[in-house]
Design a protein around this ligand. Structure first.
Ligand SMILES: NC(=O)c1ccc[n+]([C@@H]2O[C@H](COP(=O)([O-])OP(=O)(O)OC[C@H]3O[C@@H](n4cnc5c(N)ncnc54)[C@H](OP(=O)(O)O)[C@@H]3O)[C@@H](O)[C@H]2O)c1
Length: 330
């Protein structure tokens, strides 16, 4: 493969949104490497997905220490993609990583200790061949480790220059408040919160969204397509190459119930009437709220990615459309 050269018109169509009260603009659609970029996947396939993303203005790539499988392989593969040309554009990229889930054996390879976070980020940097990441996250709250320790480690990571910004993921309302308070004491801002948020998963709406707005923290919604349920993927059964058919255990066949598929069909009809695919409408539905900085999608093909990008062509909804959607997902 020749060295990658980015599309000169890559900034033509993407929408960028300010991430809370910060200097950072994120693309409204960001790409996550949780699935499809591991050592079990095909390099020549996923490098095309990464290039197509950047060629269309997706400047933000989201990783974590354990993305794969195997653990660490998505970061290694992203490092290879950077070396093959994308890294030439390092100053145009926002690259994130995280630590918080199971990574290596023994008591120091999981959760939220300073020991784990510091060691894990060093490993991630090595795997990706980077001097720094743009955002480093505490991947989940740790009920056993004092929040002062976890947030203190994030603050020191920023001071060390190994991350430019920090974020938190999967923290509930109270845990978020506590984390922000400690970061404030360290005079380090929390740039962003990364919760699960989609038409099918709305826990952030009552308290977290208003809290983040008030605190000037951005929100990036992960699994905005409910891992593929909110697309046309499962309208006619479970395709063999789909996430639900694979044995990763994250989306199981048993989760594709008749009841869910019936609701997905109804949502699909609304999307068709809007002139969109269901995936496009599901992303637009999140992005209609300007407190949502970005939606963090996954894609197993270039076609899916291009479909998802089209969401940006129609972000507005009529009151009737919103009411019809609400009656299905409430
Ligand atoms: N912080 C956390 O704890 C956490 C947890 C989970 C995810 N994340 C982040 O969020 C990112 C996205 O998560 P996700 O992969 O679950 O997101 P998602 O966008 O909800 O689901 C992606 C899957 O949906 C299907 N899909 C995507 N676009 C489609 C389209 N246009 N038409 C039909 N099917 C489509 C594909 O499934 P098939 O593979 O079946 O084709 C794809 O792999 C991750 O990569 C990661 O960066 C973070």
């Amino acid at each position: 493969m020749e060295t990658y050269k980015a599309n000169e018109k890559r900034y033509g169509d993407m929408v960028y949104r300010r991430c809370g009260r910060s200097g950072i603009l994120l693309p409204a659609i960001s790409l996550g490497l949780w699935h499809n970029f591991g050592s079990v996947d095909v390099f020549n396939h996923f490098i095309q997905i990464a290039h197509t993303a950047f060629d269309n203005g997706i400047t933000h790539f989201d990783l974590a220490n354990n993305y794969g499988p195997v653990y660490g392989s998505a970061e290694e593969n992203f490092g290879r993609i950077l070396k093959k040309g994308l890294g030439h554009y390092r100053d145009e990229l926002i690259i994130s990583s995280k630590a918080g889930y199971d990574m290596w054996p023994g008591p120091y390879g999981n959760w939220g200790s300073r020991k784990y976070l510091m060691a894990s980020l060093d490993q991630s940097l090595k795997r990706m061949g980077l001097d720094y990441v743009d955002i480093f996250y505490s991947h989940r709250p740790d009920p056993e480790t004092p929040i002062e320790e976890t947030m203190g480690a994030l603050a020191d990571i920023v001071r060390q220059g190994k991350a430019l910004y920090v974020g938190i993921s999967n923290y509930d309302d109270a845990q978020t408040k506590a984390a922000l308070a400690v970061l404030k004491e360290h005079q380090v801002r929390c740039l962003i919160h990364q919760p699960k948020y989609s038409m099918f998963e709305r826990w952030v709406e009552p308290k977290l969204l208003p809290l983040l707005k008030e605190e000037g923290v951005g929100l990036i919604a992960f699994s905005p397509l409910a891992q593929g349920l909110l697309t046309n993927r499962y309208l006619n059964g479970i395709p063999e190459d789909s996430r639900a058919a694979k044995s990763t255990g994250f989306l199981q066949r048993s989760q594709v119930t008749d009841e869910i598929v019936a609701n997905v069909r109804k949502l699909n009809d609304i999307a068709v009437n809007r002139g969109q695919t269901l995936a496009e409408m599901a992303l637009a539905w999140l992005l209609k709220d300007d407190r949502v900085t970005s939606v963090l999608i996954g894609a197993s093909s270039v076609g899916q990615l291009l479909d998802n990008l089209k969401a940006l062509e129609k972000l507005d909804f009529t009151a009737d459309e919103l009411a019809a959607i609400e009656s299905i997902i409430k």
